[in-house]
Design a protein around this ligand. Structure first.
Ligand SMILES: [Zn+2]
Ligand SMILES: [Zn+2]
Length: 250
């Protein structure tokens, strides 16, 4: 029996979500973690140690700032993060510069390009890390294990999974990758077989809806019914890139 903290949200998302259930799980996790890092945890030394080391990516900094939950807390976290970062970068950035050449053969530094690139790489690595992204990725991996476990152990979950028409394409890829890592051949044939067929038919339907959306601009179709095409463009975008807002159901 997998831990309930993972099975309950997974079952709920597949039973209730009108968007891609994996996007729904991820969005939920994202807002919980945003609230966590701006909540009481930010004064805990262990948490501050991690936020000082990893910081946040641009998307999560925007999210934390625009949530307007605790701007003082965000300021305190950013202050200690930036202090550590600027101490470290000061040295790295200065060391990355060659001196000016003083003559044809004097002070020539052959590897200056490599040194610059190394400094750029290190800076990039420093700004790429994010404590929230890391935790989302860890929990999503647990959710993935639960999804595969529940599918073969829980007929109710399996019924819900087989009915999902709204997996976004990034999460369809995520599921296929996960299946390659976790399932045997027969399990892949059953579970991914269901997923692939549902996705193909719902993508075909979406394509027809978008086509009808474009045909509605023809004056001859002006008075005809929109059918399912009115929101076909936002639904396509959500299908192609995933949903971050909980809107755009298919
Ligand atoms: Zn998704
Ligand atoms: Zn992030």
């Amino acid at each position: 029996m997998k831990e309930k903290i993972y099975t309950i949200p997974v079952n709920d998302a597949f039973a209730e979500s009108s968007i891609c259930p994996i996007c729904s799980l991820k969005n939920q996790l994202n807002s919980q973690l945003g609230a966590y890092y701006l909540g009481a945890s930010l004064m805990e030394p262990d948490v501050r140690k991690t936020t000082n080391e990893k910081g946040f990516c641009g998307d999560h900094l925007d999210q934390l700032y625009h949530s307007e939950m605790n701007r003082l807390g965000l300021g305190l976290m950013l202050h200690t993060y930036l202090s550590g970062l600027s101490d470290e970068l000061k040295v790295d950035l200065r060391n990355s510069l060659p001196g000016r050449r003083t003559g044809v053969f004097q002070n020539r530094k052959k590897d200056f390009r490599q040194v610059l690139k190394q400094a750029a790489k290190k800076l990039q690595a420093r700004t790429d890390t994010c404590v929230i992204c890391d935790r989302i990725s860890q929990t999503m991996n647990r959710y993935l294990e639960v999804i595969f476990h529940e599918y073969f152990a829980n007929p109710v979950f399996r019924g819900h999974f087989d009915q999902v028409k709204t997996f976004c394409l990034p999460h369809t890829a995520w599921m296929l990758n996960g299946a390659a890592d976790h399932l045997n051949q027969d399990q892949v044939a059953v579970m991914m077989g269901a997923l692939v067929e549902t996705q193909i038919s719902s993508l075909e339907k979406l394509t027809q809806d978008v086509e009808w959306f474009t045909l509605k601009f023809d004056y001859r179709n002006h008075d005809k019914d929109w059918k399912d095409s009115k929101d076909a463009i936002p639904r396509s975008i959500t299908r192609l890139k995933g949903s971050t807002s909980g809107k755009g159901s298919d």
